[in-house]
Design a binder for this molecule. Structure first.
Ligand SMILES: [Zn+2]
Length: 164
């Protein structure tokens, strides 16, 4: 209402004001565009931020891999190269689950699919842990993957004193 009134008022005032009307229209397009952009950004942040969109796989406390939860995939995780023990990890529809495993108890296979940050599937015989992590903690897992960590874990605090 208010808008229509002011536009017609300006039109009556002549050519000089027409430029102002066009500018006004452009502003509306700009504002509408910004609103759509903000809404899109909000949705993106909402779905990628806090819901936990990565699956971190550790074997014997070593981070083996991190997979995005929003990409369907099938990964055979060999937990013991010499015996060929493995767990089959399936990521589908934003959920991760273990569908197959060579472990004796099959607890990991019977575990419900995980999708929220902090949820885990554990395979005790294989020392395998599948954890859903949020986007923010992804950098932390990347840091864990960095070389040097393996050396650190092998050092025991008591034995450090042996060095001269
Ligand atoms: Zn298992």
């Amino acid at each position: 209402m208010n808008l229509n009134l002011s536009v017609s008022q300006v039109s009556v005032l002549g050519k000089r004001k027409n430029a102002a009307v066009i500018k006004y229209k452009n502003d509306i397009i700009l504002i509408a565009g910004l609103l759509i952009l903000t809404a899109a950004l909000f949705l993106i942040l909402r779905f990628t931020g806090k819901t936990g969109r990565y699956v971190q796989v550790t074997v014997d406390q070593q981070v083996m891999s991190v997979y995005p939860l929003d990409q369907d995939r099938e990964e055979k995780i060999v937990t013991d190269e010499s015996t060929g023990e493995y767990n089959l990890l399936i990521i589908k529809d934003g959920e991760a689950r273990v569908t197959e495993a060579t472990c004796p108890d099959k607890i990991c296979v019977h575990h419900q699919p995980v999708s929220k940050a902090g949820e885990t599937i554990v395979c005790l015989p294989h020392k395998l842990v599948v954890t859903v992590v949020s986007g923010e903690t992804r950098e932390q897992t990347a840091a864990l993957k960095a070389p040097g960590r393996a050396e650190e874990t092998q050092k025991e605090p008591g034995k450090a004193e042996d060095a001269p």
